[in-house]
Design a protein around this ligand. Structure first.
Ligand SMILES: Nc1nc2c(ncn2[C@@H]2O[C@H](COP(=O)(O)OP(=O)(O)OP(=O)(O)O)[C@@H](O)[C@H]2O)c(=O)[nH]1
Ligand SMILES: [Ca+2]
Length: 497
């Protein structure tokens, strides 16, 4: 005879308690996740003006107020290109230099919240254009710097100085920028070399495998607990605009020197076939970069030939490789260890190679494509790019040939390591260039020693809490199943009896 046994009296109590505990855990997790949600970030700001040879750009950087020592936390919020040419072009009208910054600085006032204005540092760094003006006319360069300083002090930000930065700083801060943005500085992985091509100078910076033989090319940093021994060099006059003048001056010298008549022809392999302009010698000799080449003023016909290999031959003449006081050199007697690792090539390296679609081929294909481009008739080039200013359009063949020659013959890149060069404009949403590294350094935002391990990030916290609560629910479920089974077994045992 079967004996019916009632459920034990405490069964509903256990089920009720399990349900209450489950609900309580879910509520607690939900509350703690919401409570721990990061507050709307409070941000700080910094402004750096890059007073380059060709133009000035204003960069506004932003970072979370409490996390400034974390790599990758500072981002570019905004850029403004100052209208007109670079500040060095105001040598005859220094007041104009300061006034030219007005629009972009007003924009900065709008973008940065008013309550942060007074604590926002503003730095102006002038590069090769001002280095050349300083060489040519120190008084004029000082007046231009005074003018921009006076202008910047008139805004509600915290003015921190306007100065001509050294070539080594320009190279080293470009290197810090690309490695900070690539988050290489806190990892044991390798770093990215930096190649910067401006209008008046070019910089190469990397961690070399061999000893640096010249003191001037060596710069040391301790960042996040790691020591970096960098090789850096800045070649004044080897930016793309000045090197064009230098190369033209050399071609003019060899072609026209003994010819006294006006309107002699300069047949130029670096310009497209059909390119034909009357030019004045003076426009290529108005810079300290060509002071070694002497020539009387006159007009000449500038005729394009569009021959890439002849163009490269003519460009090689701007590199002096006849002497080297070290175990190895790039050119002009400058020490350079062999290039090593990956490189980011930015500024005009990028503008030029990107325009010509030459950023991803191997070296042989790049040369082939460039040869075809240079030999394209000028008329066709203009038809293909009706909206680009003719002056810029006419110079891409020269500029790209210069870039290849500088990288291959100057810095000694080869077809084997050509792919190690990445032509880049930005990393994430920030431009590659010296300005970010300059600001990080001056605001001490990269500590020498690694900061303590950060607390668990919010995302990690949520994941942890969810896993934890799932585990508890699972345990409760297992407990419930076990409890039911044991009561059933008890019932069966009793019914058998
Ligand atoms: N095609 C193209 N050329 C550009 C662009 N921006 C600048 N350039 C040119 O590229 C060259 C280098 O520009 P930047 O890198 O800004 O040079 P910079 O900072 O003024 O000069 P440095 O003081 O030598 O660093 C100049 O000849 C500019 O006229 C661009 O967006 N597209
Ligand atoms: Ca520059």
């Amino acid at each position: 005879m079967e004996v019916k046994v009632k459920n034990p009296w405490y069964r509903p109590v256990v089920i009720f308690l399990a349900a209450v505990i489950s609900v309580a855990i879910i509520i607690m997790v939900a509350i703690s996740v919401v409570q721990n949600k990061p507050l709307k970030q409070k941000c700080k700001y910094g402004i750096v003006l890059d007073a380059g040879s060709s133009h000035t750009s204003v960069f506004i950087y932003e970072w979370p107020a409490e996390k400034e020592n974390n790599t990758g936390k500072v981002r570019q919020k905004h850029t403004c290109n100052v209208k007109g040419k670079g500040i060095s072009s105001y040598s005859n009208n220094p007041n104009g230099a300061g006034a030219s910054l007005h629009e972009c600085m007003e924009e900065a006032k709008q973008i940065i919240p008013t309550h942060r204005h007074h604590e926002t540092p503003v730095y102006l760094g002038a590069t090769a254009g001002m280095r050349l003006l300083e060489k040519e006319n120190k008084g004029a360069s000082e007046k231009v710097l005074d003018s921009v300083a006076y202008s910047l002090k008139g805004y509600p930000f915290s003015y921190q100085g306007a100065r001509i930065i050294k070539g080594q700083e320009e190279g080293a801060f470009g290197w810090i920028t690309v490695n900070y943005l690539s988050e290489n500085l806190r990892k044991p992985t390798g770093t990215l070399g930096a190649l910067d091509l401006g209008g008046a100078s070019t910089q190469i910076t990397f961690v070399p495998q061999q000893k640096i033989e010249s003191h001037d090319n060596s710069i040391n940093f301790r960042l996040y607990g790691n020591d970096y021994h960098l090789y850096t060099h800045s070649f004044l006059c080897y930016g793309k605009d000045q090197v064009l003048k230098l190369s033209m001056a050399k071609k003019l010298e060899s072609t026209l020197k003994d010819k006294v008549t006006d309107h002699t022809e300069l047949r130029d392999p670096c310009f497209h076939p059909g390119f034909n302009f009357t030019r004045n010698v003076q426009s290529f000799f108005n810079t300290p970069c060509t002071e070694d080449v002497k020539m009387a003023n006159r007009n000449f016909f500038h005729l394009g030939l569009g021959n890439w290999s002849q163009c490269q031959q003519s460009i090689r003449k701007v590199f002096n490789t006849s002497y080297c006081p070290y175990s190895r050199c790039s050119f002009n007697g400058v020490f350079q260890p062999s290039v090593d690792g990956d490189f980011g090539a930015f500024s005009a390296f990028f503008f030029v190679m990107d325009f010509l679609n030459l950023t991803s081929d191997d070296l042989a294909v790049t040369k082939q494509k460039l040869a075809t481009y240079c030999s394209t008739p000028w008329k066709k080039i203009k038809e293909n790019h009706p909206h680009i200013k003719e002056k810029y359009l006419s110079e891409y063949c020269f500029s790209a040939t210069y870039i290849l020659t500088l990288l291959e013959d100057g810095y000694n890149f080869t077809s084997d390591n050509w792919k190690d060069i990445q032509f880049i404009k930005k990393i994430g949403d920030s431009d590659a260039g010296w300005t970010l590294g300059y600001m990080l350094n001056l605001t001490n935002m990269i500590p020498a020693e690694a900061p303590d391990t950060p607390l668990m990030p919010h995302e990690g916290y949520i994941t942890f809490m969810l896993l934890f609560s799932l585990l508890i629910l699972l345990l409760l479920l297992l407990f419930y199943i076990y409890f039911r089974r044991s009561t059933r077994t008890a019932q069966k045992d009793i019914s058998v009896i």
